[in-house]
Write a protein that binds this ligand. Structure first.
Ligand code: SF4
Ligand code: SF4
Ligand code: SF4
Length: 255
C-alpha cells in the first residue's frame, strides 16, 4: 500500500493527538485501512518475551554480544559517533537509570550496562508511527518494518529510552561482513533491536544471548512461570528504567 504525501502531511499535523487517543486518534485521522493492514508474523500470542540482564557477570571490555548482533543484522559502522547506528551497546548506568543512581554512587554511576530496545508492553513509539512501520507483535516483540518506514522519526521522539537510530547516511557501503539472509536498510530509515524475532521464530534464542560466555543475558517467556527468566525474576532483585512512565519494559536488570 502506498502512503500519499498529502495524507502524511495531514497526519503530521495531527499526530500530537496520539497522546490523547493513541491508536484510536491515528485511526480516525488515517482511516482504519492503515491499522487493519496488519503485518503477518509468526508470533505466538500465548508467549510474552523478555530479557534479564545480569551485569555483575559481564566481563570488562567484552563486546561479543554487540559484535554478534551487529554482524547478523547488517548494522553499519560509519566510523564516527555522529552517524552511529547501534542495536545493543554499553551505556553508563546513570544515563539509563537517571535518578535511580544516587549522587553518592560515583563509581557505579559510570558502570557500563548493556542497553537495547526494551520491548515495552505499552510502547509509545508504535502509537505515533503514521504508517504502522513499527508495531508490537502478539508476543510482545516491538518490530520495525524497514521497507515501510518513511523516516519521519516520530517513533524516536516518542521513545523515552533513546534506543532508536536514524540512518542519516546510506548504511550499505559501511557494512563490514554483509549477511545476505537479513535485510539491510537504506538511508532515511529508523532501526533498533528486534529481539532477534527472525531467530525466535525458528525456536532459537537471540544471538546476543547465545554468544555470551558468561550467561549475562537470559531470554525467555514471561508468561511461563517455569521459565528460567521467571526463576530469575522471582528470586533476584531487578530494576528497570523510567517505570513511572507506564511503558512496562520487558528488559529487567538484575542488581
Ligand atoms: S524502548 Fe523505546 S523503541 Fe523500544 S519499545 Fe520501548 S518505547 Fe519503543
Ligand atoms: S520514522 Fe519510520 S518507524 Fe518511526 S514513526 Fe516514522 S515511519 Fe514510523
Ligand atoms: S536480542 Fe537480538 S537484536 Fe536485540 S540486541 Fe540481542 S542480538 Fe541484537
Amino acid at each position: 500500500m502506498k502512503f500519499k504525501r498529502g495524507q502524511f502531511i495531514k497526519l503530521s499535523a495531527l499526530t500530537a493527538a496520539f497522546a490523547i487517543g493513541g491508536k484510536k486518534a491515528i485511526s480516525l485521522i488515517a482511516g482504519n485501512e492503515l491499522l487493519a493492514d496488519n503485518h503477518k508474523t509468526k508470533a505466538d500470542p500465548n508467549k510474552r518475551w523478555g530479557m534479564a540482564v545480569e551485569m555483575g557477570k559481564c566481563k570488562e571490555g567484552c563486546e561479543k554480544c554487540i559484535d554478534a548482533c551487529h554482524t547478523i543484522h547488517n548494522v553499519p559502522d560509519h566510523g564516527n559517533p555522529k552517524d552511529e547506528i547501534k542495536w545493543i551497546w554499553k551505556e553508563k548506568k546513570s544515563k539509563i537509570f537517571g535518578e535511580q543512581v544516587h549522587p553518592y554512587a560515583e563509581k557505579n554511576a559510570d558502570k557500563p550496562f548493556l542497553y537495547m530496545c526494551l520491548h515495552c508492553d505499552e510502547p509509545p513509539c508504535t502509537r505515533v508511527c503514521p504508517v504502522n512501520a513499527t508495531f508490537p507483535r502478539e508476543d510482545g516483540i516491538v518490530m520495525m518494518d524497514f521497507h515501510r518506514c518513511i523516516g519521519c522519526r516520530f517513533c524516536m521522539a516518542a521513545c523515552p529510552y533513546g534506543v532508536r537510530n536514524f540512518n542519516f547516511k546510506d548504511p550499505r557501503p559501511n557494512i563490514e561482513n554483509p549477511n545476505y539472509s537479513y535485510p539491510s536498510r537504506s538511508m532515511g530509515v529508523v532501526e533498533k533491536c528486534n529481539f532477534c524475532n527472525e531467530r525466535v521464530d525458528e525456536g532459537k534464542v537471540p544471538a546476543c544471548v547465545e554468544v555470551c560466555p558468561e550467561k549475562v543475558l537470559t531470554f525467555g517467556d514471561l508468561n511461563d512461570e517455569n521459565s528460567e527468566i521467571r526463576q530469575i525474576l522471582r528470586t533476584r532483585e531487578t530494576i528497570q528504567p523510567k517505570t513511572e512512565l507506564g511503558t512496562k519494559p520487558s528488559v529487567f536488570y538484575v542488581v
